[in-house]
Design a protein around this ligand. Structure first.
Ligand SMILES: NC(=O)c1ccc[n+]([C@@H]2O[C@H](COP(=O)([O-])OP(=O)(O)OC[C@H]3O[C@@H](n4cnc5c(N)ncnc54)[C@H](O)[C@@H]3O)[C@@H](O)[C@H]2O)c1
Length: 374
């Protein structure tokens, strides 16, 4: 495989480097960050050439390689556009862009120039997601009728965030994370699987809110909770929840007429997918509590050890993209897929508390506590 370069040497860049090491054929040619100290610390830790500017990066980037845009979400549009304008294929961290106008602009430019543009996350290419997709195709649980997917991370603002430091010494950027919001940051982890399995989302009915008013004094925070009902063109209905307030819960359940498919760890490429058949036992109806592990029929991919909250190989997407470029094919994580994922994510994030809501005309006061001694 040919070479890649990195723009952005922050927290996630370290996770990419650990992941890229599992693909020895991919050459990491260098990295650029606008912060010279970060650039120096990162490049010296990983022993790769530091690149002093984006133009210096363009000068060494091969045309059949991929530039990884690992900058903060607010910079994604600017960097994606600059790389595409310079004639390079781009892998963008999520979201593709923070507005649909910007995302569409990136998509249109890539299309006009015949370049590939893909966006994270790439866990959809990993074993757990592919096992679930295989079971859905095989109708292990019957037809997929209803899906519950949770991306609740626990009460994050009270976690010891200042101590979350990446391997090359970069702090977890909690100010940026709170401002971007957990929906833009995380909804994609299951949306990418769902869109991969079922295709187009026809409509979204969603709400988002801020339930934790003070997050370490950070101003301008995005919603920290969202819930959405997604109606897929091909039939299934999905309930998706994201928050940094509710107790940690990353499970997904695919409900069909024969039982339930379950997976508990969205961020683990090796998480088991289990089938819980539904049975009638005398007058009771039971989804078996102990599930049967679904066996993956495909070939294994390189795994990375758990680091922090995740055991995901971040290089699966760029590796698949390089393969597609070499074959002259579109990547599975195509521009259309990235654009649709971005649109659905923004629809949920920006829903607020009254967009499309049915505002109630009746009301009542909270109930007085019950006292049976009265
Ligand atoms: N932190 C995580 O655990 C994590 C996990 C998965 C994905 N991501 C995604 O990765 C991306 C980066 O997140 P992060 O946590 O690494 O952030 P970070 O703040 O730690 O690092 C971002 C880096 O990009 C650099 N940068 C910003 N704008 C730039 C520009 N215009 N030109 C050059 N460099 C620029 C910054 O100087 C910084 O070093 C985000 O899109 C985020 O959603 C983060």
């Amino acid at each position: 495989m040919t070479g890649i370069t990195l723009v952005g040497c922050g927290f996630v860049a370290d996770l990419y480097m650990k992941s890229l090491a599992t693909f020895p054929d991919i050459n990491v040619l260098g990295a650029y960050d606008r912060d010279p100290e970060r650039r120096a610390a990162f490049c010296s830790h990983w022993d790769i050439p530091p690149l002093e500017s984006i133009d210096a990066l363009f000068a060494i980037q091969p045309k059949d390689g991929v530039i990884l845009n690992l900058t903060n979400p607010d910079a994604h549009h600017e960097i994606n556009m600059a790389c595409l304008n310079a004639g390079f294929h781009v892998w963008s961290e999520k979201p593709l862009a923070v507005t649909m106008e910007q995302a569409q602009e990136c998509y249109d430019l890539a299309k006009a120039k015949g370049l590939q543009l893909a966006s994270a996350p790439c866990s959809v290419l990993g074993q757990a997601a592919q096992t679930m997709a295989q079971a859905v195709r095989d109708k292990t649980m019957g037809d997929a009728q209803l899906i519950y997917a949770e991306l609740d991370d626990g009460y994050i603002p009270q976690a010891p965030l200042e101590g979350w430091i990446s391997e090359s010494g970069q702090p977890w950027p909690f100010v940026d994370e709170f401002r971007v919001g957990c929906t833009l940051e995380h909804a994609g982890y299951y949306l990418s699987w769902l869109i991969g399995m079922f295709g187009t989302v026809r409509s979204v009915t969603a709400a988002s809110a801020t339930v934790i008013p003070d997050k370490k004094g950070v101003t301008g925070c995005a919603p920290d909770f969202s819930t959405a009902t997604l109606f897929f063109e091909t039939g299934p209905v999905v309930r998706l929840t994201c928050s940094i307030a509710a107790p940690h819960d990353h499970q997904i359940r695919v409900i069909g007429d024969k039982g339930v498919l379950k997976l508990h760890k969205a961020w683990d490429n090796a998480a088991p997918v289990k089938f819980h058949p539904r049975r009638r036992i005398r007058r009771r109806l039971v989804d078996f509590p102990i599930g049967k592990k679904v066996k993956f029929k495909g070939a294994a991919h390189p795994k990375v050890e758990r680091w922090g909250a995740a055991a995901m190989n971040f290089a699966l997407g760029p590796a698949e993209m390089l393969q597609a470029i070499a074959k002259g094919e579109a990547s599975r994580l195509s521009g259309e897929y990235a654009l649709h994922l971005n649109e659905v994510t923004l629809a949920i994030q920006n829903a607020g508390d009254d967009t499309g809501a049915q505002v109630m005309t009746t009301g009542c006061a909270p109930m007085k506590a019950m006292d049976w001694s009265e």
